[in-house]
Design a protein around this ligand. Structure first.
Ligand code: UTP
Ligand code: MG
Length: 711
């Protein structure tokens, strides 16, 4: 027997929910973006040649339950020829990088392998998978239920919003996924008296079988349902949406018997509960059972943990109390953004905190919560904490990367899951900022023992017991390609004279350039070299304040800087001035003319705007700086690999975008192209980068520069 509810409270709540509905209604921008994204992916499918089929939208953009935080789910349905799903997804990933997507993330180890993409223009998150026909069918089923009664959509969206606000969404954290909450809503609306929804699956007889193999064997599922909902009589239930909302929370906390029954909309009939032990999967009293309407081997609550179930019930109970006494939805589902942004992953014994800190250094990791060894050989769970959802999303792109013997399976997580893990075993927390500080101190020590200006130094040093941080494994810069491949590198220096110097090192270092001018300066007198570096290569310079303020600037090609407070000898000063003058005059008179063609040749730039500025150092290298505004999607200039590399670099640099730039300049990165004969050997390039005339000019420049080598 259903308890009567307070009419005033229900009226108040219904009004608030209906007013709030507007937030869901104005989604025209997202819908337009969704259409465009589907077309782009359809275009890629066509371009790949080996595919024949359609690219379709499914998930909440099809079933109707989309909210402001919904992703766009897209599926390719058709034949992939002889190619495996993950091979096809890999090809899509490559093309997506050229077609306006970023944060390309492979999730190939999931039961439904997929690619996660961010549409750069709309910043919409996209999940793209292959041949998930059950997903399409269940989206159509949910959509049919939404069409039966206007209250379904509103109730479903509100419940999803509520679950997301309370961080109750996510199977990795022992909760339910968004889709499962929609199944709860439909099941409840079928169960309420009188029912709001019929059972559409029991209303037709014509079979619609769909094959599926996600459980490792070939299954064939019945997916029939009544899709012609206009022929179904209107529900006799006239409860306002506020009342249905209260009753939803009441139903799952007070009425539904989770220990005996299943949430099974496929078999649901008024007054007849479904015995969970009669269904396909084995279960037990404690485990919840939420059966997928088509895939009978999928219990959507199968990964719900004891704590997860308890949290869901507690929050439902709170909502019930709040709503039934105050009718205040914004109290039950407070507005505001998520405060914490975690990724979590299982790690093997071989993964060290340092390895994780280094790996996520370029991804704005704020803290690492690392499980202390517990003496067992079990895999622990590490939690990575980010400042915001954008940083976390970028970091997710490292999914399935290997660290030691461990392939990272990164999952979005919450403070609750961390609290649960901490309750079960000890954790150490590493602050990235202090880790970096320590790393800088170590780097400075290494410099002070004479390695500071050795740009190509292997940063793995014995100075700290072999644990000297490898600042940045720039492996992405090391994959074939056209003119700038193979020996591309970039580096990033701390401010000279302030001690620490951070280098972003290449994985395969190029041959060392000639020694910098005045490198022998210490021999001239009592000049303290601890903070001094002769800049001979003009790479990207970054002045790094203690932190986190970072400014960038280009330094003159040849410049000697000394540690603060130390004196230069007159000779040193004079040499420095002379060199500066010579350099200035060279740059003004000949430098640009000599080097411009060479730069163009290296960059092979059809669009000159992309090569924002250039500098050359007479060391057998050309540095081709790209500003961060360069779009990696500009095909003619960059190969797909280079686009990817540039994208990664840009991502790395976005952390500086909050910074206070030196003279308002954006940060720049330097892609170096080697100009020595070695290049052809390393990169396998067939034709020289420079014409004979350009080479001659460059040689003249080198000869001029060579005068300074002797110091
Ligand atoms: P999502 O997790 O994106 O859910 O799964 P959603 O319904 O689109 O909800 P939001 O708005 O993004 O949060 C996308 C679709 O994948 C299928 C369903 O069709 C779902 O709508 N799916 C998802 C399943 O079939 N089973 C699952 O366990 C999860
Ligand atoms: Mg979705």
């Amino acid at each position: 027997m259903q308890q009567p509810l307070d009419g005033i409270v229900v009226a108040k709540l219904t009004k608030e929910l209906k007013d709030g509905q507007r937030a869901f209604l104005d989604m025209s921008d997202r819908e337009r973006a969704a259409k465009r994204i589907r077309l782009v992916l359809q275009g890629i499918a066509r371009q790949l040649g080996s595919l024949s089929g359609q690219v379709e939208v499914f998930g909440s953009f099809l079933n109707g339950f989309k909210t402001g935080s919904s992703d766009l789910d897209i599926v390719f349905v058709g034949s992939t020829g002889a190619e495996h799903t993950t091979t096809v997804l890999g090809k899509f990933a490559q093309q997506a990088a050229l077609c306006g997507f970023e944060n390309i993330t492979k999730i190939f180890q999931a039961s439904v392998p997929l690619l996660k993409l961010t549409d750069t223009k709309s910043q919409m998150e996209v999940d793209f998978c292959i041949n998930n026909q059950l997903g399409v069918r269940n989206s159509l089923l949910l959509s049919a239920y939404c069409k039966c009664d206007s209250r379904v959509l509103l109730l479903g969206r509100l419940v999803k919003d509520w679950a997301k606000k309370h961080e109750l969404v996510g199977t990795a954290d022992g909760c339910l996924n968004s889709y499962a909450y929609m199944l709860l809503v439909i099941f409840f609306l079928q169960s309420v008296q009188p029912p709001v929804l019929p059972n559409l699956q029991s209303m037709v007889s014509e079979s619609v079988p769909v094959k599926d193999s996600k459980w490792g064997c070939d299954d064939c599922w019945e997916t029939k349902f009544e899709c012609n909902v206009t022929s179904i009589p209107q529900s006799k239930n006239v409860m306002p949406v506020g009342e249905l909302m209260i009753r939803f929370f009441h139903f799952f906390t007070r009425v539904f018997d989770w220990r005996s029954h299943a949430v099974c909309m496929r078999l649901n009939r008024p007054g007849a509960a479904v015995d969970k032990f009669s269904l396909t999967l084995p279960t037990n009293d404690d485990q919840w059972y939420v059966e997928d309407p088509f895939d009978l081997k999928h219990n959507l609550a199968g990964k719900c943990s004891r704590i997860g179930r308890q949290r869901i019930l507690d929050q439902m109970d709170d909502a019930l109390q709040t709503l039934s006494t105050t009718g205040n939805w914004s109290k039950a589902c407070p507005p505001g953004k998520q405060q914490f942004h975690f990724l979590k992953c299982r790690i093997s014994q071989a993964v060290t905190p340092q390895a994780l800190l280094e790996e996520f250094d370029a991804y704005d990791l704020v803290k690492l919560h690392f499980p202390k060894p517990d003496g067992s050989n079990r895999m622990g769970q590490a939690f990575l904490e980010f400042a915001d959802s954008t940083a976390r999303r970028r970091a997710h792109t490292l999914n399935e990367k290997y660290i030691a013997d461990c392939q990272l399976q990164l999952h979005y997580s919450t403070q609750h899951s961390l609290a649960e893990a901490v309750g079960q075993g000890a954790f150490s927390t590493y602050e990235m900022a202090s880790y970096k500080m320590q790393r800088q101190v170590l780097a400075a020590r290494v410099e002070s023992i004479g390695m500071g200006s050795a740009s190509y130094q292997d940063t793995g040093s014995s100075a700290n017991g072999g644990r000297m941080p490898r600042y940045y494994d720039n492996s992405m810069m090391n994959q074939g390609g056209a003119a700038m491949t193979d020996s591309m590198s970039y580096r990033y220096y701390g401010q000279q004279g302030q001690g620490p110097c951070t280098q972003v090192m290449v994985q395969r270092p190029p041959p060392p350039p000639p020694p910098p001018p005045l490198q022998q300066a210490p021999q001239l007198g009592g000049w303290d070299q601890s903070g001094a570096t002769a800049h001979h290569n003009g790479y990207m310079q970054a002045q790094m304040n203690p932190q986190p303020k970072v400014t960038t600037s280009w330094q003159p090609a040849i410049e000697l800087e000394t540690a603060r407070g130390t004196k230069q000898t007159r000779t040193q000063w004079w040499q420095q001035q002379q060199m500066k003058e010579e350099l200035a005059s060279l740059t003004k008179n000949n430098g640009a003319q000599i080097l411009k063609p060479a730069i163009s040749a290296v960059a092979n730039a059809k669009d000159k705007r992309q090569v924002a500025s250039h500098e050359s150092r007479a060391s057998g290298w050309l540095d081709v700086p790209f500003r961060t505004q360069v779009s990696p999607d500009q095909g003619p200039l960059l190969t797909p690999q280079q686009s990817g590399q540039l994208k990664d670099l840009q991502q790395f640099l976005t952390r500086f975008e909050q910074a206070d730039y030196h003279k308002g300049k954006p940060p720049e990165i330097v892609l170096q192209a080697e100009l020595t004969d070695d290049r052809a050997k390393h990169s396998g390039l067939q034709k020289p980068l420079l014409s004979p005339e350009e080479s001659q000019k460059l040689d003249a420049f080198r000869a001029w520069f060579g005068r300074f080598k002797a110091g």
